[in-house]
Design a protein around this ligand. Structure first.
Ligand SMILES: [Zn+2]
Length: 126
């Protein structure tokens, strides 16, 4: 019972402290959240592209091992990859446009303000 009171007291203090700093950091946090969302979206599409590469590799090998022609599906999958690579470029441009985002000199990825290293390639940021 006693412990519960102490815990909730500390929690209330924490909430109060958090509230008092929230207003000043909201804008910056919003930008970081936006940048993070975009980065997650980019990573998702990159993963999809990776699995398409894997599928294509499997289809090519299947054709090779059966002495057959690579199937139509490969062309379709390649077209999907091209579309997804375009999506990634657009997302990266959007990410770079997020205010104060730090553009990586190595790979061109946008990083959240205050980042020390690039989240895409790990290069040190200026
Ligand atoms: Zn980079």
């Amino acid at each position: 019972m006693m412990a519960d009171n102490i815990t909730s007291g500390l929690f209330n203090q924490f909430v109060k402290a958090a509230r008092s700093t929230t207003t000043t950091v909201t804008k910056k946090t919003g930008e970081i959240v936006e940048a993070t969302k975009l980065k997650v979206a980019i990573a998702d599409v990159e993963n999809e592209v990776d699995s398409l590469y894997t599928e294509i590799g499997r289809l090519v090998y299947k054709a090779f091992s059966e002495n057959g022609e690579p199937s139509e599906t490969i062309n379709e999958k390649c077209a999907v990859i091209s579309e997804k690579l375009k999506d990634i470029e657009l997302l990266k441009i959007k990410l770079a446009g997020v205010k104060d985002s730090v553009m990586c000199g190595e790979c061109g990825a946008g990083n959240a303000p205050g980042s020390q290293f690039c989240s895409s390639c790990g290069a040190k940021l200026q």
